[in-house]
Ligand binder design. Structure first.
Ligand code: ME8
Length: 544
Protein backbone atom coordinates (compact mmCIF):
# COMPACT_ATOMS: atom_id res chain seq x y z
CA UNK A 1 0.00 0.00 0.00
CA UNK A 2 1.35 3.38 -0.97
CA UNK A 3 0.84 6.36 1.24
CA UNK A 4 -0.30 9.44 -0.60
CA UNK A 5 0.36 12.86 0.71
CA UNK A 6 -2.57 15.23 0.54
CA UNK A 7 -1.78 16.96 -2.74
CA UNK A 8 -0.47 14.06 -4.77
CA UNK A 9 -3.62 12.15 -3.95
CA UNK A 10 -6.15 14.49 -5.52
CA UNK A 11 -8.37 13.53 -8.39
CA UNK A 12 -11.21 15.42 -10.08
CA UNK A 13 -13.66 13.74 -12.46
CA UNK A 14 -16.60 15.32 -14.28
CA UNK A 15 -19.53 14.28 -16.44
CA UNK A 16 -21.02 16.61 -19.04
CA UNK A 17 -23.65 18.85 -17.52
CA UNK A 18 -26.92 17.77 -19.06
CA UNK A 19 -29.45 19.91 -20.88
CA UNK A 20 -32.70 20.25 -19.03
CA UNK A 21 -34.92 20.45 -22.11
CA UNK A 22 -36.14 16.88 -21.49
CA UNK A 23 -36.03 14.08 -18.94
CA UNK A 24 -32.86 12.06 -18.33
CA UNK A 25 -32.39 8.85 -20.33
CA UNK A 26 -30.12 5.82 -20.25
CA UNK A 27 -27.30 7.58 -22.14
CA UNK A 28 -27.04 10.22 -19.41
CA UNK A 29 -26.99 7.56 -16.74
CA UNK A 30 -24.20 5.79 -18.61
CA UNK A 31 -21.91 8.85 -18.44
CA UNK A 32 -22.75 9.29 -14.76
CA UNK A 33 -22.14 5.62 -13.90
CA UNK A 34 -18.81 5.69 -15.76
CA UNK A 35 -17.68 8.71 -13.76
CA UNK A 36 -19.03 7.23 -10.54
CA UNK A 37 -17.02 4.08 -11.15
CA UNK A 38 -13.77 6.03 -11.57
CA UNK A 39 -14.55 8.18 -8.52
CA UNK A 40 -15.27 5.20 -6.28
CA UNK A 41 -12.18 3.42 -7.56
CA UNK A 42 -9.99 6.42 -6.73
CA UNK A 43 -11.50 6.63 -3.24
CA UNK A 44 -10.72 2.95 -2.67
CA UNK A 45 -7.15 3.67 -3.76
CA UNK A 46 -6.93 6.33 -1.08
CA UNK A 47 -7.31 9.40 -3.28
CA UNK A 48 -9.09 12.56 -2.28
CA UNK A 49 -11.52 12.50 -5.18
CA UNK A 50 -13.98 15.13 -6.35
CA UNK A 51 -16.82 14.10 -8.67
CA UNK A 52 -18.94 16.74 -10.36
CA UNK A 53 -22.08 16.46 -12.42
CA UNK A 54 -24.97 18.82 -13.01
CA UNK A 55 -27.30 20.53 -15.43
CA UNK A 56 -26.81 22.92 -18.34
CA UNK A 57 -29.70 25.35 -18.11
CA UNK A 58 -29.12 28.30 -20.42
CA UNK A 59 -29.51 28.74 -24.16
CA UNK A 60 -32.07 28.97 -26.89
CA UNK A 61 -33.04 25.31 -26.74
CA UNK A 62 -33.97 25.57 -23.05
CA UNK A 63 -35.71 28.92 -23.59
CA UNK A 64 -37.85 27.29 -26.29
CA UNK A 65 -38.58 24.19 -24.19
CA UNK A 66 -39.69 26.33 -21.24
CA UNK A 67 -41.93 28.39 -23.56
CA UNK A 68 -43.44 25.22 -24.98
CA UNK A 69 -44.13 23.94 -21.46
CA UNK A 70 -45.70 27.29 -20.54
CA UNK A 71 -43.36 27.73 -17.60
CA UNK A 72 -40.95 30.46 -16.67
CA UNK A 73 -37.45 29.25 -17.54
CA UNK A 74 -36.04 28.96 -14.03
CA UNK A 75 -39.01 26.96 -12.71
CA UNK A 76 -38.78 24.73 -15.75
CA UNK A 77 -35.04 24.21 -15.22
CA UNK A 78 -35.45 23.48 -11.53
CA UNK A 79 -38.06 20.81 -12.22
CA UNK A 80 -35.95 18.94 -14.75
CA UNK A 81 -32.73 19.42 -12.78
CA UNK A 82 -34.45 17.72 -9.83
CA UNK A 83 -35.24 14.76 -12.03
CA UNK A 84 -31.55 14.31 -12.83
CA UNK A 85 -30.71 14.53 -9.13
CA UNK A 86 -33.38 12.01 -8.29
CA UNK A 87 -32.20 9.57 -10.95
CA UNK A 88 -28.60 9.89 -9.78
CA UNK A 89 -29.38 9.36 -6.12
CA UNK A 90 -31.60 6.39 -6.98
CA UNK A 91 -28.69 4.84 -8.88
CA UNK A 92 -26.06 5.48 -6.20
CA UNK A 93 -24.20 8.08 -8.22
CA UNK A 94 -22.00 9.40 -5.44
CA UNK A 95 -21.22 12.86 -6.83
CA UNK A 96 -19.60 15.33 -4.47
CA UNK A 97 -20.79 18.38 -6.42
CA UNK A 98 -23.90 19.09 -8.45
CA UNK A 99 -23.76 22.29 -10.46
CA UNK A 100 -26.53 24.21 -12.13
CA UNK A 101 -25.47 26.89 -14.57
CA UNK A 102 -28.18 29.19 -13.22
CA UNK A 103 -26.39 29.42 -9.87
CA UNK A 104 -24.84 32.69 -8.77
CA UNK A 105 -21.38 31.15 -8.19
CA UNK A 106 -21.39 30.05 -11.82
CA UNK A 107 -22.44 33.44 -13.18
CA UNK A 108 -19.50 34.98 -11.33
CA UNK A 109 -17.09 32.39 -12.70
CA UNK A 110 -18.31 32.90 -16.29
CA UNK A 111 -18.13 36.69 -16.04
CA UNK A 112 -14.62 36.49 -14.67
CA UNK A 113 -13.53 34.03 -17.35
CA UNK A 114 -14.99 36.23 -20.09
CA UNK A 115 -13.22 39.28 -18.71
CA UNK A 116 -9.87 37.49 -18.69
CA UNK A 117 -10.28 36.54 -22.37
CA UNK A 118 -11.48 40.03 -23.21
CA UNK A 119 -8.58 41.71 -21.41
CA UNK A 120 -6.14 39.53 -23.31
CA UNK A 121 -7.61 40.72 -26.59
CA UNK A 122 -8.95 37.28 -27.51
CA UNK A 123 -12.54 38.43 -27.94
CA UNK A 124 -13.50 41.01 -30.54
CA UNK A 125 -16.76 42.35 -31.87
CA UNK A 126 -17.63 41.03 -35.29
CA UNK A 127 -20.52 39.69 -37.21
CA UNK A 128 -21.42 36.09 -37.74
CA UNK A 129 -23.09 34.77 -40.80
CA UNK A 130 -23.66 31.05 -41.17
CA UNK A 131 -25.57 27.98 -40.08
CA UNK A 132 -26.75 27.35 -36.55
CA UNK A 133 -28.33 24.26 -35.00
CA UNK A 134 -30.43 25.04 -31.96
CA UNK A 135 -30.70 21.36 -31.00
CA UNK A 136 -26.92 21.12 -30.88
CA UNK A 137 -26.43 24.79 -29.87
CA UNK A 138 -23.72 24.71 -32.48
CA UNK A 139 -22.31 26.84 -35.34
CA UNK A 140 -21.64 24.92 -38.53
CA UNK A 141 -19.60 25.52 -41.67
CA UNK A 142 -21.20 24.91 -45.10
CA UNK A 143 -19.28 21.62 -45.32
CA UNK A 144 -20.95 20.37 -42.16
CA UNK A 145 -24.44 20.86 -43.57
CA UNK A 146 -26.53 18.87 -46.03
CA UNK A 147 -30.00 18.89 -47.66
CA UNK A 148 -32.89 16.97 -46.16
CA UNK A 149 -36.67 16.91 -45.99
CA UNK A 150 -38.57 17.61 -42.79
CA UNK A 151 -41.65 15.64 -41.65
CA UNK A 152 -43.92 17.73 -43.89
CA UNK A 153 -41.73 17.14 -46.92
CA UNK A 154 -40.26 20.63 -46.89
CA UNK A 155 -36.64 21.08 -47.99
CA UNK A 156 -34.42 21.95 -45.08
CA UNK A 157 -30.74 21.90 -44.16
CA UNK A 158 -29.44 19.61 -41.45
CA UNK A 159 -26.17 18.99 -39.63
CA UNK A 160 -24.27 16.10 -41.21
CA UNK A 161 -23.08 14.91 -37.84
CA UNK A 162 -26.26 15.02 -35.75
CA UNK A 163 -28.98 15.19 -38.38
CA UNK A 164 -30.53 18.15 -36.58
CA UNK A 165 -32.07 21.04 -38.45
CA UNK A 166 -29.92 24.14 -39.02
CA UNK A 167 -30.90 27.71 -39.78
CA UNK A 168 -29.12 30.57 -41.48
CA UNK A 169 -28.11 33.19 -38.99
CA UNK A 170 -26.74 36.66 -39.39
CA UNK A 171 -25.99 38.74 -36.33
CA UNK A 172 -23.60 41.04 -34.57
CA UNK A 173 -21.62 38.84 -32.20
CA UNK A 174 -18.53 38.69 -30.13
CA UNK A 175 -15.97 36.39 -31.70
CA UNK A 176 -13.24 34.38 -29.99
CA UNK A 177 -9.86 34.06 -31.74
CA UNK A 178 -10.04 30.29 -32.01
CA UNK A 179 -7.89 30.35 -35.15
CA UNK A 180 -4.95 31.55 -33.07
CA UNK A 181 -4.83 28.29 -31.10
CA UNK A 182 -4.48 25.65 -33.77
CA UNK A 183 -0.75 25.07 -33.41
CA UNK A 184 -0.87 25.17 -29.61
CA UNK A 185 -3.59 22.53 -29.67
CA UNK A 186 -1.51 20.34 -31.95
CA UNK A 187 1.48 20.73 -29.63
CA UNK A 188 -0.63 19.81 -26.62
CA UNK A 189 -1.91 16.67 -28.34
CA UNK A 190 1.54 15.65 -29.58
CA UNK A 191 3.06 16.00 -26.14
CA UNK A 192 0.08 14.31 -24.47
CA UNK A 193 -0.96 11.37 -26.62
CA UNK A 194 -3.21 10.14 -23.81
CA UNK A 195 -5.04 13.46 -23.43
CA UNK A 196 -7.97 12.24 -25.51
CA UNK A 197 -8.94 8.58 -25.08
CA UNK A 198 -9.61 6.11 -26.62
CA UNK A 199 -7.05 6.50 -29.40
CA UNK A 200 -9.59 6.68 -32.22
CA UNK A 201 -11.04 9.89 -30.80
CA UNK A 202 -7.55 11.32 -30.36
CA UNK A 203 -7.08 10.68 -34.08
CA UNK A 204 -10.43 12.35 -34.82
CA UNK A 205 -9.30 15.51 -33.05
CA UNK A 206 -5.97 15.54 -34.88
CA UNK A 207 -7.91 15.16 -38.11
CA UNK A 208 -10.13 18.14 -37.32
CA UNK A 209 -7.03 20.18 -36.63
CA UNK A 210 -5.74 19.49 -40.13
CA UNK A 211 -8.60 21.63 -41.37
CA UNK A 212 -8.87 25.33 -41.02
CA UNK A 213 -10.05 26.56 -37.62
CA UNK A 214 -12.30 29.60 -38.00
CA UNK A 215 -12.91 32.03 -35.14
CA UNK A 216 -15.89 31.14 -32.99
CA UNK A 217 -18.93 33.23 -32.22
CA UNK A 218 -19.23 33.38 -28.43
CA UNK A 219 -22.35 35.47 -27.97
CA UNK A 220 -25.86 35.87 -29.33
CA UNK A 221 -27.90 39.02 -29.72
CA UNK A 222 -30.10 39.68 -26.72
CA UNK A 223 -33.19 40.00 -28.91
CA UNK A 224 -32.60 36.40 -30.08
CA UNK A 225 -31.55 34.93 -26.76
CA UNK A 226 -32.46 36.27 -23.35
CA UNK A 227 -32.03 33.11 -21.30
CA UNK A 228 -28.34 33.26 -20.49
CA UNK A 229 -25.60 35.29 -18.89
CA UNK A 230 -25.24 38.81 -20.34
CA UNK A 231 -21.86 39.76 -21.78
CA UNK A 232 -20.06 41.83 -19.13
CA UNK A 233 -20.30 45.46 -20.16
CA UNK A 234 -22.71 44.80 -23.05
CA UNK A 235 -26.22 43.78 -21.96
CA UNK A 236 -27.32 43.69 -25.62
CA UNK A 237 -25.42 40.40 -25.98
CA UNK A 238 -25.84 37.05 -24.21
CA UNK A 239 -22.89 34.70 -23.72
CA UNK A 240 -22.95 31.64 -26.02
CA UNK A 241 -24.28 28.68 -24.05
CA UNK A 242 -21.27 26.43 -24.74
CA UNK A 243 -18.78 28.92 -23.33
CA UNK A 244 -21.07 29.31 -20.33
CA UNK A 245 -21.46 25.53 -19.94
CA UNK A 246 -17.81 24.55 -20.24
CA UNK A 247 -16.81 26.94 -17.48
CA UNK A 248 -18.89 24.81 -15.08
CA UNK A 249 -15.87 22.55 -14.60
CA UNK A 250 -13.92 25.52 -13.29
CA UNK A 251 -16.79 26.82 -11.15
CA UNK A 252 -16.92 23.53 -9.29
CA UNK A 253 -13.15 23.60 -8.81
CA UNK A 254 -13.50 26.99 -7.08
CA UNK A 255 -12.72 29.42 -9.91
CA UNK A 256 -11.74 32.27 -9.98
CA UNK A 257 -9.66 32.21 -6.82
CA UNK A 258 -9.65 28.75 -5.23
CA UNK A 259 -9.46 26.38 -8.19
CA UNK A 260 -5.77 25.52 -8.44
CA UNK A 261 -5.56 22.40 -6.31
CA UNK A 262 -8.44 20.72 -8.17
CA UNK A 263 -7.96 22.20 -11.59
CA UNK A 264 -4.59 20.61 -12.26
CA UNK A 265 -6.04 17.11 -11.72
CA UNK A 266 -9.19 17.49 -13.85
CA UNK A 267 -10.48 14.63 -16.00
CA UNK A 268 -13.59 14.84 -18.19
CA UNK A 269 -15.94 12.11 -19.34
CA UNK A 270 -17.93 13.04 -22.45
CA UNK A 271 -19.97 11.42 -25.19
CA UNK A 272 -18.50 11.53 -28.70
CA UNK A 273 -21.25 13.98 -29.75
CA UNK A 274 -19.55 16.75 -27.79
CA UNK A 275 -15.93 15.92 -28.50
CA UNK A 276 -15.24 19.05 -30.53
CA UNK A 277 -16.47 21.31 -27.74
CA UNK A 278 -14.24 19.55 -25.19
CA UNK A 279 -11.15 18.80 -27.23
CA UNK A 280 -10.96 21.96 -29.36
CA UNK A 281 -13.03 24.84 -27.97
CA UNK A 282 -12.46 24.15 -24.28
CA UNK A 283 -8.65 23.73 -24.42
CA UNK A 284 -8.46 26.88 -26.55
CA UNK A 285 -10.48 28.88 -24.04
CA UNK A 286 -8.26 27.55 -21.25
CA UNK A 287 -5.04 28.31 -23.13
CA UNK A 288 -6.41 31.78 -23.76
CA UNK A 289 -7.17 32.27 -20.09
CA UNK A 290 -3.72 30.96 -19.13
CA UNK A 291 -5.08 27.94 -17.28
CA UNK A 292 -3.84 24.33 -17.33
CA UNK A 293 -5.55 21.91 -19.68
CA UNK A 294 -7.50 18.88 -18.48
CA UNK A 295 -5.43 15.75 -17.86
CA UNK A 296 -7.72 13.45 -19.80
CA UNK A 297 -10.81 13.64 -21.92
CA UNK A 298 -12.40 10.19 -21.73
CA UNK A 299 -14.74 9.82 -24.69
CA UNK A 300 -17.44 7.20 -25.00
CA UNK A 301 -19.73 6.19 -27.83
CA UNK A 302 -23.49 6.03 -27.86
CA UNK A 303 -26.29 3.76 -26.79
CA UNK A 304 -28.56 3.11 -29.71
CA UNK A 305 -32.00 1.57 -30.00
CA UNK A 306 -32.62 -0.37 -33.18
CA UNK A 307 -29.39 1.09 -34.52
CA UNK A 308 -30.38 4.74 -33.94
CA UNK A 309 -28.76 6.98 -31.31
CA UNK A 310 -30.92 7.14 -28.23
CA UNK A 311 -31.96 10.76 -28.01
CA UNK A 312 -34.73 12.98 -26.80
CA UNK A 313 -35.29 14.41 -30.26
CA UNK A 314 -35.77 10.96 -31.82
CA UNK A 315 -38.08 9.88 -29.00
CA UNK A 316 -36.47 6.43 -28.72
CA UNK A 317 -35.18 6.80 -25.19
CA UNK A 318 -34.97 4.13 -22.52
CA UNK A 319 -36.09 5.36 -19.11
CA UNK A 320 -33.30 4.46 -16.70
CA UNK A 321 -35.43 4.82 -13.55
CA UNK A 322 -38.08 2.47 -14.80
CA UNK A 323 -35.50 -0.03 -16.07
CA UNK A 324 -33.58 0.00 -12.80
CA UNK A 325 -36.78 -0.81 -10.96
CA UNK A 326 -37.10 -3.91 -13.13
CA UNK A 327 -33.42 -4.94 -13.21
CA UNK A 328 -32.28 -3.35 -9.89
CA UNK A 329 -29.92 -0.41 -9.71
CA UNK A 330 -26.81 -2.57 -9.53
CA UNK A 331 -28.12 -4.73 -12.34
CA UNK A 332 -28.43 -1.65 -14.54
CA UNK A 333 -25.00 -0.34 -13.51
CA UNK A 334 -23.42 -3.71 -14.20
CA UNK A 335 -25.06 -4.01 -17.58
CA UNK A 336 -24.06 -0.52 -18.71
CA UNK A 337 -20.43 -0.93 -17.72
CA UNK A 338 -20.13 -4.54 -18.89
CA UNK A 339 -21.73 -3.96 -22.27
CA UNK A 340 -20.80 -0.35 -22.98
CA UNK A 341 -17.70 -0.15 -25.18
CA UNK A 342 -16.19 3.34 -25.37
CA UNK A 343 -14.90 2.77 -28.91
CA UNK A 344 -18.15 1.83 -30.58
CA UNK A 345 -21.89 2.24 -30.28
CA UNK A 346 -23.89 -0.37 -28.45
CA UNK A 347 -27.48 -1.33 -29.08
CA UNK A 348 -29.78 -1.61 -26.07
CA UNK A 349 -32.33 -4.38 -25.61
CA UNK A 350 -33.99 -5.69 -22.42
CA UNK A 351 -33.19 -9.17 -23.59
CA UNK A 352 -29.44 -8.51 -23.48
CA UNK A 353 -29.76 -7.20 -19.95
CA UNK A 354 -31.62 -10.29 -18.76
CA UNK A 355 -29.22 -12.73 -20.40
CA UNK A 356 -26.12 -10.99 -19.08
CA UNK A 357 -27.30 -10.47 -15.52
CA UNK A 358 -28.65 -14.00 -15.14
CA UNK A 359 -25.45 -15.54 -16.44
CA UNK A 360 -22.88 -13.40 -14.64
CA UNK A 361 -24.48 -12.07 -11.48
CA UNK A 362 -27.10 -14.67 -10.58
CA UNK A 363 -25.56 -17.94 -11.81
CA UNK A 364 -21.83 -17.40 -11.85
CA UNK A 365 -21.02 -15.03 -9.00
CA UNK A 366 -24.15 -15.67 -6.93
CA UNK A 367 -23.84 -19.43 -7.47
CA UNK A 368 -20.24 -19.42 -6.27
CA UNK A 369 -21.12 -17.54 -3.10
CA UNK A 370 -24.04 -19.89 -2.47
CA UNK A 371 -21.94 -22.99 -2.82
CA UNK A 372 -19.16 -21.82 -0.52
CA UNK A 373 -21.39 -20.52 2.22
CA UNK A 374 -24.10 -23.22 2.11
CA UNK A 375 -24.49 -24.92 5.50
CA UNK A 376 -24.04 -28.31 3.79
CA UNK A 377 -20.42 -27.46 2.89
CA UNK A 378 -19.77 -24.96 5.61
CA UNK A 379 -21.78 -26.09 8.67
CA UNK A 380 -19.69 -24.00 11.12
CA UNK A 381 -20.32 -20.86 8.99
CA UNK A 382 -16.69 -19.74 9.25
CA UNK A 383 -13.87 -18.66 6.99
CA UNK A 384 -12.04 -22.00 7.19
CA UNK A 385 -8.27 -22.53 7.34
CA UNK A 386 -5.94 -22.98 4.45
CA UNK A 387 -3.73 -26.07 4.59
CA UNK A 388 -0.46 -26.00 2.60
CA UNK A 389 -0.20 -29.75 2.86
CA UNK A 390 -3.22 -30.17 0.56
CA UNK A 391 -2.38 -27.12 -1.59
CA UNK A 392 1.44 -26.80 -1.56
CA UNK A 393 2.95 -23.51 -2.59
CA UNK A 394 5.34 -25.27 -4.95
CA UNK A 395 3.52 -26.90 -7.79
CA UNK A 396 6.50 -29.01 -8.89
CA UNK A 397 6.67 -32.31 -7.04
CA UNK A 398 3.46 -31.38 -5.23
CA UNK A 399 2.18 -34.20 -3.00
CA UNK A 400 -1.01 -32.38 -2.15
CA UNK A 401 -4.33 -32.59 -3.91
CA UNK A 402 -4.23 -29.46 -6.01
CA UNK A 403 -3.87 -29.99 -9.74
CA UNK A 404 -2.25 -27.92 -12.45
CA UNK A 405 -5.49 -26.02 -13.31
CA UNK A 406 -5.67 -24.87 -9.70
CA UNK A 407 -2.29 -23.23 -10.04
CA UNK A 408 -3.43 -21.60 -13.25
CA UNK A 409 -6.36 -20.16 -11.40
CA UNK A 410 -4.12 -18.75 -8.67
CA UNK A 411 -1.89 -17.18 -11.31
CA UNK A 412 -4.90 -15.55 -12.96
CA UNK A 413 -6.01 -14.27 -9.56
CA UNK A 414 -2.58 -12.82 -8.85
CA UNK A 415 -2.63 -10.70 -11.99
CA UNK A 416 -6.30 -9.74 -11.71
CA UNK A 417 -5.85 -6.65 -9.54
CA UNK A 418 -3.30 -5.04 -11.87
CA UNK A 419 -5.46 -5.80 -14.90
CA UNK A 420 -8.56 -4.33 -13.32
CA UNK A 421 -6.65 -1.21 -12.30
CA UNK A 422 -5.34 -0.70 -15.79
CA UNK A 423 -8.79 -1.05 -17.32
CA UNK A 424 -10.52 1.15 -14.74
CA UNK A 425 -7.89 3.85 -15.28
CA UNK A 426 -8.37 3.80 -19.04
CA UNK A 427 -12.18 3.61 -18.72
CA UNK A 428 -12.32 0.26 -20.44
CA UNK A 429 -14.45 -1.02 -17.62
CA UNK A 430 -15.90 -3.78 -19.76
CA UNK A 431 -12.42 -5.28 -20.04
CA UNK A 432 -12.04 -5.24 -16.27
CA UNK A 433 -15.36 -7.03 -15.97
CA UNK A 434 -14.36 -9.50 -18.64
CA UNK A 435 -11.24 -10.36 -16.63
CA UNK A 436 -13.21 -10.68 -13.39
CA UNK A 437 -15.84 -12.86 -15.06
CA UNK A 438 -13.16 -15.14 -16.47
CA UNK A 439 -11.72 -15.59 -12.98
CA UNK A 440 -15.13 -16.28 -11.45
CA UNK A 441 -15.57 -18.97 -14.07
CA UNK A 442 -12.22 -20.50 -13.06
CA UNK A 443 -13.14 -20.46 -9.38
CA UNK A 444 -16.42 -22.20 -10.16
CA UNK A 445 -14.42 -24.74 -12.17
CA UNK A 446 -12.10 -25.24 -9.22
CA UNK A 447 -14.99 -26.07 -6.90
CA UNK A 448 -16.65 -28.24 -9.52
CA UNK A 449 -13.45 -30.16 -10.24
CA UNK A 450 -12.84 -31.11 -6.63
CA UNK A 451 -16.49 -31.68 -5.73
CA UNK A 452 -16.02 -30.90 -2.04
CA UNK A 453 -19.52 -32.24 -1.32
CA UNK A 454 -18.12 -35.71 -2.07
CA UNK A 455 -15.36 -35.50 0.51
CA UNK A 456 -15.59 -37.51 3.71
CA UNK A 457 -15.59 -35.12 6.66
CA UNK A 458 -14.72 -37.91 9.12
CA UNK A 459 -11.34 -38.28 7.41
CA UNK A 460 -9.11 -35.49 8.73
CA UNK A 461 -7.15 -35.20 5.47
CA UNK A 462 -10.38 -34.82 3.54
CA UNK A 463 -11.61 -32.29 6.07
CA UNK A 464 -8.46 -30.18 5.67
CA UNK A 465 -8.74 -30.33 1.89
CA UNK A 466 -12.39 -29.36 2.07
CA UNK A 467 -11.48 -26.38 4.27
CA UNK A 468 -8.75 -25.43 1.86
CA UNK A 469 -11.08 -25.51 -1.13
CA UNK A 470 -13.55 -23.28 0.68
CA UNK A 471 -10.81 -20.98 1.96
CA UNK A 472 -9.41 -20.42 -1.53
CA UNK A 473 -12.89 -19.88 -2.97
CA UNK A 474 -13.80 -17.37 -0.28
CA UNK A 475 -10.52 -15.57 -0.91
CA UNK A 476 -11.44 -15.34 -4.59
CA UNK A 477 -14.89 -14.06 -3.67
CA UNK A 478 -13.37 -11.47 -1.33
CA UNK A 479 -11.24 -10.18 -4.22
CA UNK A 480 -14.22 -10.06 -6.59
CA UNK A 481 -16.33 -8.27 -4.00
CA UNK A 482 -13.61 -5.70 -3.36
CA UNK A 483 -12.82 -5.10 -7.04
CA UNK A 484 -16.49 -4.80 -7.96
CA UNK A 485 -17.31 -2.07 -5.43
CA UNK A 486 -17.01 0.77 -7.99
CA UNK A 487 -19.44 -1.02 -10.33
CA UNK A 488 -22.06 -2.61 -8.08
CA UNK A 489 -21.75 -1.09 -4.61
CA UNK A 490 -24.83 -2.80 -3.15
CA UNK A 491 -24.02 -6.28 -4.41
CA UNK A 492 -20.39 -5.91 -3.29
CA UNK A 493 -21.50 -4.83 0.13
CA UNK A 494 -23.82 -7.81 0.41
CA UNK A 495 -21.09 -10.18 -0.73
CA UNK A 496 -18.37 -8.80 1.53
CA UNK A 497 -20.72 -8.62 4.52
CA UNK A 498 -21.64 -12.26 4.02
CA UNK A 499 -17.94 -13.16 4.04
CA UNK A 500 -17.48 -11.22 7.28
CA UNK A 501 -15.17 -8.65 5.63
CA UNK A 502 -15.46 -5.45 7.69
CA UNK A 503 -15.86 -1.99 6.11
CA UNK A 504 -12.25 -1.10 7.01
CA UNK A 505 -11.01 -4.18 5.13
CA UNK A 506 -12.42 -3.31 1.72
CA UNK A 507 -9.90 -0.85 0.33
CA UNK A 508 -7.45 -1.53 -2.47
CA UNK A 509 -4.63 -1.75 0.05
CA UNK A 510 -6.46 -4.59 1.82
CA UNK A 511 -6.82 -6.75 -1.31
CA UNK A 512 -3.80 -9.00 -0.68
CA UNK A 513 -5.10 -12.24 -2.22
CA UNK A 514 -4.54 -15.50 -0.33
CA UNK A 515 -1.92 -14.32 2.18
CA UNK A 516 -1.47 -17.87 3.48
CA UNK A 517 -0.12 -18.87 0.11
CA UNK A 518 2.60 -16.26 0.55
CA UNK A 519 3.47 -17.55 3.99
CA UNK A 520 1.61 -14.73 5.76
CA UNK A 521 -1.21 -14.92 8.30
CA UNK A 522 -4.71 -14.57 6.95
CA UNK A 523 -6.75 -12.15 9.05
CA UNK A 524 -9.99 -13.87 8.02
CA UNK A 525 -9.09 -17.43 8.92
CA UNK A 526 -11.32 -18.84 11.63
CA UNK A 527 -13.58 -15.85 11.57
CA UNK A 528 -17.37 -16.26 11.64
CA UNK A 529 -19.13 -15.49 8.36
CA UNK A 530 -21.60 -12.64 8.28
CA UNK A 531 -25.28 -13.42 8.38
CA UNK A 532 -27.07 -14.74 5.33
CA UNK A 533 -29.17 -11.99 3.81
CA UNK A 534 -30.44 -13.98 0.84
CA UNK A 535 -29.49 -14.31 -2.79
CA UNK A 536 -26.78 -12.04 -4.14
CA UNK A 537 -28.83 -11.41 -7.27
CA UNK A 538 -32.18 -12.99 -8.11
CA UNK A 539 -32.59 -14.43 -11.58
CA UNK A 540 -34.67 -12.21 -13.84
CA UNK A 541 -37.71 -13.62 -15.60
CA UNK A 542 -38.26 -12.99 -19.29
CA UNK A 543 -41.59 -11.32 -19.95
CA UNK A 544 -43.89 -13.55 -22.04
O1 ME8 B 1 -24.57 18.03 -24.75
N1 ME8 B 1 -25.47 7.27 -25.39
O2 ME8 B 1 -26.00 17.90 -22.95
P1 ME8 B 1 -26.92 16.64 -23.31
C1 ME8 B 1 -24.51 7.58 -24.51
N2 ME8 B 1 -25.29 20.28 -22.14
N3 ME8 B 1 -24.41 8.76 -23.90
C2 ME8 B 1 -25.31 9.69 -24.21
C3 ME8 B 1 -26.36 9.46 -25.12
C4 ME8 B 1 -26.41 8.17 -25.74
N4 ME8 B 1 -27.35 7.85 -26.60
N5 ME8 B 1 -27.10 10.58 -25.21
C5 ME8 B 1 -26.54 11.48 -24.37
C6 ME8 B 1 -25.01 18.47 -23.70
N6 ME8 B 1 -25.47 10.95 -23.75
C7 ME8 B 1 -24.40 19.70 -23.08
C8 ME8 B 1 -23.09 19.32 -22.42
S1 ME8 B 1 -20.89 19.91 -21.00
C9 ME8 B 1 -20.05 21.31 -20.64
C10 ME8 B 1 -22.35 20.45 -21.78
C11 ME8 B 1 -24.60 11.59 -22.76
O3 ME8 B 1 -28.02 16.66 -22.33
C12 ME8 B 1 -23.20 11.79 -23.32
O4 ME8 B 1 -22.30 12.01 -22.26
O5 ME8 B 1 -27.25 16.63 -24.75
C13 ME8 B 1 -23.39 13.06 -24.09
O6 ME8 B 1 -22.16 13.70 -24.39
C14 ME8 B 1 -24.22 13.86 -23.13
O7 ME8 B 1 -25.09 12.89 -22.51
C15 ME8 B 1 -25.01 14.95 -23.82
O8 ME8 B 1 -25.99 15.41 -22.94
Amino acid sequence: STHLCKDEGRYYITTPIFYVNAAPHLGHLYSAVSADCLHRYKLLKGFNSKFATGTDEHGLKIQQAADAAGKDPLTFCTDVSERFKYLFSSCNISYTDFIRTTEERHRQAVEHFWSVLWNKGLIYKGSYEGWYSTQDESFLTPLQVTDALDSTGKEIKVSLESGHKVEWMKEENYMFRLSAFRSQLLDWLRVNPRAVQPERFYQTVLQWLQEDLPDLSVSRQRNRLQWGIPVPGDPEQTIYVWLDALVNYLTVAGYPDKHEQWWHVAHHIVGKDILKFHAIYWPSFLLGAGLPLPQTIHVHSHWTVGGKKMSKSLGNVVDPLERSQVFTTDGMRYFLLRQGVPDSDCDYTDDKVITLLNAELADSLGGLLNRCTAPALNPAQVYPSFCTESFPIEQIGNKGRAVVEDYHMLNAMKSLQALVEQHYESMHVYKALEAITACVRQTNGFVQRHAPWKLDRRDSRDQRWLDTIIHVSLECLRIYGTLLQPIVPEISNKLLSRLGVQPGERSWAALNFLPRFQGMDCPFEGRALGSDSGLLFSRLERPN
